[in-house]
Design a binder for this molecule. Structure first.
Ligand SMILES: NC(=O)c1ccc[n+]([C@@H]2O[C@H](COP(=O)([O-])OP(=O)(O)OC[C@H]3O[C@@H](n4cnc5c(N)ncnc54)[C@H](OP(=O)(O)O)[C@@H]3O)[C@@H](O)[C@H]2O)c1
Length: 292
């Protein structure tokens, strides 16, 4: 049975994913019962795109996904990422960019999610922030990493390759490998990757912004607090989060969202973004908001 997909669908490689998906990173901090409630509600609401990584906890989030959703529906698209590993130091994350490390992380995903193939895997580069910057052994040419991911794709262990945290030049460099999506930080307040977004749009590559609500990190400003967002939300009778997400959807038709939350009520609110209709005046005002 095909359920109604929130905000319709876009293509992700050969998959059709709901334009409103779910980013599971926040589930690292909750127990299995809470994670299960959120994940099952997401699927119930028609979401069939879940973003994760083996380094969200020591595969904690993958284990939550498996506990809540396995055996997986045929149309569920679980997307993971490689390029880092979880460590027990205050930094909690270490880079792991070498090709053999990328392969190890795929095996960790396969095992913890109990899948024979990860549908899509994003290569998370670390040439620039946010997050750790590569030094020493972690400085690896993009082509070497993409070659490893192509090998993994040829072996059937991953279904498709995406990129994350990349420059315009890097997207261009990897297009011949058949990249299906790009995941960069992007929101109403952070348009620093607008050029990459436009390049993806021109090449039929799905744009999947992370931190669409400004993340859970205090140092990153939240677009939901912006006065223009608040005004538009009041005018439309919508929540500020839904206005921020609706603006991203209206900005580019090949975009799919993965807002993160640990709460069922925020999840439901984010799905209601599909009901928000931004008019010309709303869009013009929101377009003009920049984090100058
Ligand atoms: N490729 C990469 O390098 C990369 C990096 C980071 C993240 N990601 C992916 O992107 C996803 C999204 O990023 P994110 O989760 O870090 O940040 P986000 O989606 O921008 O924001 C998450 C924060 O917003 C809050 N929130 C969510 N819905 C809300 C609502 N309706 N009203 C008010 N607050 C709301 C959440 O709090 P509550 O939990 O209280 O709702 C959480 O603190 C992640 O889950 C992860 O899958 C990818």
């Amino acid at each position: 049975m095909t359920s109604q997909r929130p905000a319709g669908t876009v293509k992700l490689g050969h998959h059709e994913i709901s334009r409103i998906g779910y980013g599971a990173m926040q589930l690292e901090h909750v127990d299995t019962a809470t994670a299960t409630a959120v994940l099952r509600r997401a699927v119930e609401l028609g979401i069939n795109h879940v973003d994760t990584a083996s380094f969200y906890g020591h595969t904690t989030v993958n284990q939550h996904i498996r506990a809540a959703l396995h055996p997986y529906a045929d149309d569920l698209v679980i997307v993971s990422k490689v390029g880092a590993r979880r460590v027990d130091t205050p930094a909690r994350l270490a880079l792991a960019q070498r090709p053999e490390q990328l392969r190890e992380q795929i095996h960790l995903d396969l095992k913890s999610l109990d899948l024979d193939q990860i549908p899509v895997v994003n290569l998370r580069r670390a040439d620039q922030g946010p997050g750790l910057i590569a030094t020493g052994d972690d400085v690896v040419p993009l082509d070497d990493q993409v070659a490893e991911l192509i090998a993994l794709r040829n072996e059937g262990l991953i279904g498709a390759v995406g990129l994350s945290n990349v420059s315009t030049e890097q997207v261009k460099q990897a297009i011949p490998a058949g990249v299906v999506c790009v995941q960069n930080a992007y929101s109403l307040l952070d348009r620093s990757s607008e050029e990459q977004l436009q390049l993806c749009a021109a090449n039929d590559i799905t744009w999947i912004p992370y931190f669409p609500l400004g993340s859970a990190f205090d140092l990153i400003p939240s677009p939901t607090e912006h006065p223009v967002v608040r005004d538009v939300a009041t005018r439309l009778g919508a929540t500020p989060a839904a206005v921020c997400l609706a603006w991203i959807l209206a900005h580019d038709e090949q975009t799919a969202l993965i807002p993160g939350t640990r709460s069922v009520s925020h999840l439901e609110e984010n799905v209601r973004t599909a009901d928000v209709e931004l008019g010309e005046k709303d869009l013009a005002e929101l377009d003009a908001v920049v984090n100058a």
